[in-house]
Write a protein that binds this ligand. Structure first.
Ligand code: ADA
Length: 597
């Protein structure tokens, strides 16, 4: 299923997950043939990532980018790095193909929840969609599809290039493939494109502002009736008229007194279905079902307040990564991860450094885990983040994240631009644009994770400050000294007295490396570090939240780890509380002793 609950009772939705035809492809000879290397790779430290002995990319004509034959098969969703034949080194393009059988004339909507990192979609050989960024969903509409057998193809690209400024060599891996589920839907001429709900609390009650997007894919004007149901209430728009081919946004409002709905909070995460139905005279109907929670988020007494109650955020940073699945995490692993996270006594997760699979957010909604959802981007100097293409790609991603995930009550913070150049005057405008975009949703806090303790220039524009600090690992200062430095800077130049979140802290620990001397890189050193820093940060009144870097070990791009000395053994970031296979390390147990119930 697309979500952890039923999203349509009327609309016909078919999941297209399963076995697809698969073919690595190349546009030019240099992509097809591994570069001849003058020096052996162990000497240059620079293995050509295109070398993939078992997968020789088939050259294609650039004007017809799709392969003429498919020689392989692949599972959707998955990534080619976890293909059993160890195709892990392949960075390039690959095409996916499957047949779709349509039994009557209809409008088809295709939904891709995530393709890493660039997708070009073809229907019967004709291009129908383009999407950049692995971590946001996209959809496309095919109006008036004729019955018969159709060919759906997706050309996927995971190369680093000047066209990709978010997916760059990084301290996590950019995989290749259709990494999240794909759905096909049959929609009527007037159909529901989306529903977004903002919940606020005023004097004595709650208000739900609901925005419904209706789209026409008919060549003729059409009318329909719209019905919206939430927590026993019903709002209707009769005789809604749309001209041929247009979109319309409708705003509805519902009020509830305090007793009429139960609030959503971490201890009691009550969810209400929000159901929108479209009924046309003589036309087929359509529906969308999402869920909402009644809660407010703000700052209360130097803490993040949920429904006015202060909560200390105790969280982990989590990459969507697993040795067996790469970023195509099955629901069972999401469930396991959240159980481990909750068992350690955490109440929060930061989706570092990109929007997550929506089913993970569904589980957080259901379990009362608070989420800092982050739009995509990690690290960036002034030149990169002020590049107009970076600005467009990062704002596109942030906008899609906010629109697609608006209804999740668990998301209490929108974040962006991790560790970018927030200390450079020339980059301030980029941060401002992101905060203005987030500003359209005033039902959450907005921030970014900074590493510029002493000279950050963007603290006035965020709701709560957040800094990544690594005492005991990259930094010789104590946690207290580092928090003092941030607080001093905020009091002098930023908003005085404002609380702050330590959005990252931790150190590496190699799973299974035990050292009676408790030396660096051992599980013991990491355990001591995490437990000590966490305890000391929690004792500082200025600290409103703390997130361990990181939940699980993750793979890093070999193109990123090129320097000497190397810091990523096995090409992994090993600061996980659990390793890639989710085996708890000493640090997990120590954190659980501190936070667990
Ligand atoms: C940074 C960054 C993380 C990770 C971490 C580390 O703070 O935000 O993505 O790279 O450092 O392990 O060094």
């Amino acid at each position: 299923a697309e979500r952890t609950f039923t999203t349509h009772e009327i609309r016909r939705q078919t999941c297209l997950d399963g076995i697809w035809d698969f073919q690595p492809v190349a546009f030019d000879a240099s992509d097809a043939n591994p570069r001849a290397q003058a020096e052996p790779s162990w000497l240059t430290g620079d293995r050509d990532p295109r070398q993939a002995p078992s997968w020789q990319a088939e050259p294609t004509d650039p004007s017809h980018p799709l392969p003429t034959r498919y020689t392989e098969q692949a599972v959707v969703p998955s990534c080619w790095q976890t293909d059993g034949r160890h195709a892990g080194a392949y960075r390039g393009q690959a095409a996916y193909r499957r047949e779709v059988v349509i039994d009557h004339p209809c409008n088809i909507r295709l939904v891709f929840k995530g393709v890493s990192h660039t997708a070009r979609v073809f229907w019967d050989g004709a291009p129908v969609a383009f999407h950049y960024n692995a971590y946001t969903a996209f959809d496309l509409l095919l109006a008036g599809v004729a019955p018969g057998r159709h060919r759906l193809e997706v050309l996927v690209d995971n190369r680093f290039s000047e066209d990709s400024l978010l997916h760059v060599p990084n301290d996590y891996f950019t995989y290749g493939g259709i990494i999240r589920p794909v759905f096909m839907e049959e929609v009527p001429d007037l159909y529901l494109e989306g529903v977004g709900c903002r919940i606020r609390h005023g004097q004595g009650g709650w208000t739900a502002r609901i925005e419904v997007e209706v789209r026409s894919c008919s060549p003729l004007p059409r009318t329909a009736d719209l019905v919206c149901e939430l927590a026993g209430r019903r709002a209707e728009v009769r005789g809604l008229a749309l001209l041929a081919g247009v979109r319309r946004k409708l705003c509805l409002r519902m009020d509830f007194t305090d007793g009429q709905v139960l609030p959503w909070d971490p201890e009691s995460p009550v969810l209400y279905p929000l159901k929108v139905t479209l009924e046309g005279p003589g036309a087929a109907g359509d529906d969308l079902i999402d869920r909402v929670g009644f809660r407010t988020v703000g700052l209360v007494g130097g803490r993040v307040g949920i429904n006015g109650r202060p909560v200390l955020l105790r969280g982990v940073n989590r990459h969507e990564d697993h040795p067996s699945f790469g970023p195509a995490i099955p629901l069972s692993v999401m469930d396991q991860d959240l159980k481990l996270i909750a068992d350690a006594g955490c109440n929060a997760v930061r989706t570092s450094h990109y929007p997550n699979d929506e089913r993970f957010l569904d589980l957080c909604d259901e379990r009362g885990i608070l989420v800092w959802e982050e739009s995509h981007a990690r690290d960036g100097d002034e030149a990169r983040i002020t590049n107009p293409l970076f600005v467009r790609q990062s704002l596109d991603c942030a906008g899609q994240m906010v629109r697609q995930h608006m209804n999740h009550p668990s998301i209490v913070i929108w974040g962006c631009l991790n560790e970018a150049a927030s200390n450079r005057p020339g980059a301030v405008g980029v941060f401002r644009s992101h905060m203005e975009l987030f500003g359209r949703d005033d039902t959450r806090l907005h921030t970014f994770a900074s590493r510029n303790l002493d000279d950050d220039l963007c603290q006035r524009m965020v709701d709560i400050s957040a800094f990544n600090i690594y005492p005991g690992w990259y930094d010789r200062r104590s946690p207290e000294q580092m928090v003092d430095a941030i607080a001093g800077r905020l009091d002098a130049c930023g908003p005085e007295g404002r609380p702050l979140i330590v959005s990252e802290f931790g150190g590496d620990g190699l799973y299974g490396l035990h050292d009676p001397g408790r030396g660096r890189w051992s599980e013991e050193y990491q355990g001591d570090l995490v437990a000590d820093v966490a305890a000391r940060l929690m004792a500082l009144p200025r600290v409103a939240g703390l997130f361990v870097w990181q939940f699980c070990d993750c793979r890093v791009d070999p193109e990123w780890e090129t320097g000497w000395p190397q810091t990523r053994p096995g090409l992994k970031n090993t600061k996980g509380l659990v390793d890639g296979w989710r085996r708890p390390k000493e640090a997990y147990r120590r954190l659980k002793d501190l936070w667990g119930r």
